[in-house]
Design a protein. Sequence first.
Length: 141
Amino acid sequence: MTADENGRKILLVEDDADLRAAIAENLESNGFSVICASRGRCAGVLAQRFVPDIALVDLGLPDMDGVKLCKDLNENKLLGSVPVIVISANVSLQHRIRSFMSGARKYLAKPFDFDELMEAIEYFMSRKATNRGEGGEKEKS
């Protein structure tokens, strides 16, 4: 069974090519299928096409505010239950609050520890598995 068939898909939205490659490589070595985007609009299209289990979103995207992307994902009927983890160099309280208000579930400041990222991902993956065990995925109305 591939990672994709196992329901371990992650959407990674990061405009820094080196960081995106490093994160994707680490995630893939931990059994995840990674869908990468460097721009918010592209990420929105990919998310609808592949419906990830988790989205990792940088706030400083070249074509749109990452907070707007979080909000768009959260308000989308198909994607609203996808946990969004923000990864950002901006550590201001205002950006954290805006992120959580737009639907982000976790905020990691760059540079972040990869183990901390993996703990957050595994937490959300285990919550998803628990929800399945209680009668299936919960739908948003």
